[in-house]
Write a protein that binds this ligand. Structure first.
Ligand SMILES: [Zn+2]
Length: 545
């Protein structure tokens, strides 16, 4: 019983991360690789060495010590690469910016407290991947990757609640819980463990084919081997609480999040809350968090919903459920007679959702009306106003109204920012999209310059590289466009695709079709160097089986 208190790597925990068909193929590969009747059962295999020819050359995981941080990172990269390919993986700049605004202070606090060592800080990705899924879930993966479903963002009431969940997950990784679980897998190769995690993701995604393969078999037992212990959960609560409060979030967020999950568990068990099933709320955990609350603040600034968060939650709802019926329901919500009597955050949420929904339905006049009401409502709140401005520009771009988008972006504080590196990402991307929409020449050149500074500071930002590639292409700079496209693939951890593109760039140079000889000479040496570096990464990835 007690064994099933863990969270992160269980199939239940990650059950709603949607994966592409490619991962179903991984399940099939596991079947072949192990060649036993209960294909995913690590338990059954614990004593038996895996007869993979390469296993002797691998970093050992089962020598009693924890998995090395670099081996764990490579395992995480392997899993992340598959998630990046999933159609439900979403890099929405606005939601990502909001989550980063919580995540970065948590990381900084973990560093300051010494929970996050400089070594681990350097080695791991510390990257959050958003999933379009409507279920309430968040999870940590090997190597410092984290998944957050839009369903979670949509149900929390404020930043503090989200910070409590992220702080907990972060602490599972800083406390090396994952490496300890993986070490327990004995002589399993990273390749097999990665395949097992991906297999669990894929199988749980499909209610028919995948589950039929493994449910009821020893696979379930095997996945329970990757559950966190009750002690690990308690430690993640304790450390996570320290991290989130040091980062300046309200301690009450931890308790109100627990309350929220407990209410949900009473109301339903229809699978909408995988987080709950993987993080059972024991009375012990609840009492522990209650006792940590500062005295004299009984639920004080508790679940105070902010305008900003209400709008972000509305965005998460729209993006996680983009069907026409759901969008129409959001319009109806904003038309409700009672809306005006509701609290301001509720109104802001309804209006933001309706404006975005109307824009998605391409009913731009209606979208504009909702946006005007929204802007009037939030005009005194700087953070909320910024979100409504970004929505305004986004809607104008969807409508093909470049002058409107330009006017909004030029009027906003960061809109005409000279440098790219310290711009706000959503604003930068909107400005670039505007430049691409309006065409060649100066705007695209300026956009490319801003993006160059951005990727110099954020080299793993795949979407920025992709936009940079488009900006170069618009200017007719084919060679640079191909190189930026190669870097997009590197950021998505798809090294074979990246090498292909570097080769294509070299071909272009060899044919002498690239243009400017002097500039090409510099570009050629960059391409050669990067190609060699990525080929090395690819070799490592291939060896690591
Ligand atoms: Zn946990």
């Amino acid at each position: 019983m007690a064994r099933n208190t863990g969270c992160i790597l269980t199939s239940k925990f990650i059950s709603n991360w949607p994966l592409a068909p490619v991962n179903r193929a991984v399940v099939a590969i596991v079947l072949v690789a192990t060649g036993v009747a209960a294909p995913l059962s690590l338990q059954a295999q614990a004593g038996a060495p895996v007869s993979t020819p390469l296993s002797t050359q691998l970093p050992t995981l089962g020598d009693g010590s924890d998995m090395s941080s670099s081996a764990e990172r490579r395992l995480g990269d392997r899993i992340a690469r598959e998630i990046f390919r999933d159609p439900d993986y979403i890099d929405d700049p606005v939601l990502a910016d909001y989550v980063q605004g919580i995540w970065q202070p948590l990381l900084a606090a973990a560093r300051a407290r010494g929970d996050l060592s400089p070594e681990l800080d350097e080695r791991f990705a510390w990257e959050i991947m958003l999933g379009r899924d409507r279920t309430v879930n968040a999870f940590a993966l090997p190597g410092g990757y984290f998944g957050v479903h839009l369903g979670l963002i949509a149900i929390v009431s404020n930043r503090d609640e989200l910070a409590s969940v992220l702080g907990h997950e972060l602490s599972h990784v800083t406390q090396r819980h994952i490496s300890r679980l993986i070490s327990k897998q004995g002589q399993q190769t990273p390749w097999l463990i990665g395949a097992m995690i991906l297999g669990a993701l894929a199988a749980s995604k499909s209610p028919d084919a995948g589950n039929a393969l493994i449910v009821g078999g020893q696979a379930v037992v095997a996945q329970n081997q990757l559950n966190f212990s009750r002690d690990m959960e308690r430690e993640a609560d304790r450390v996570g609480y320290g991290v989130m409060t040091q980062a300046g979030f309200e301690p009450q967020g931890f308790v109100s999040m627990f309350d929220k999950l407990q209410q949900a568990s009473r109301l339903n068990d229809n699978g909408a809350y995988p987080y709950l099933r993987s993080h059972p709320l024991t009375s012990e955990r609840m009492a522990d968090m209650q006792s940590r609350q500062p005295l004299g603040k009984p639920g004080a600034a508790s679940a105070a919903a902010t305008l900003e968060h209400a709008m972000i939650a509305a965005r998460a709802r729209v993006l996680s459920n983009p069907g026409v019926d759901a969008l129409r329901a959001l319009l109806a919500e904003a038309e409700g007679a009672k809306l005006a009597s509701m609290a301001a955050p509720r109104q802001a949420s309804a209006l933001y959702g309706a404006a975005l929904a109307a824009s998605r339905l391409r009913d731009f006049p209606r979208a504009k009306l909702y946006l005007e009401r929204l802007t009037a409502l939030v005009r005194a709140d700087e953070r909320a106003l910024r979100l409504s401005r970004w929505l305004d520009a986004e809607m104008a771009l969807s409508a093909g109204d470049a002058p409107r988008a330009a006017a909004v972006l030029n009027a906003s504080p960061g809109g005409r920012h000279e440098g790219g590196a310290d711009a706000r990402r959503p604003e930068l991307f909107l400005a670039v999209q505007l430049a691409l929409q309006t065409g060649q020449g100066a705007p695209a050149g300026e956009a490319a310059q801003r993006l160059q500074s951005w990727v110099a500071a954020h080299p793993r930002d795949a979407q920025a590289w992709q936009l940079l590639s488009s900006a170069y292409a618009t200017q007719g700079q084919s060679l640079r466009a191909i190189r930026a496209s190669a870097e997009t693939q590197v950021a998505l951890l798809d090294y074979p695709a990246a090498v292909d593109r570097f080769k294509a760039a070299q071909d272009l140079l060899r044919q002498g079709r690239a243009g400017d000889a002097a500039a090409d000479h510099i570009e050629a040496s960059i391409i050669d160097t990067r190609k060699r570096q990525v080929e090395l990464l690819l070799k490592e990835q291939t060896l690591d089986r």
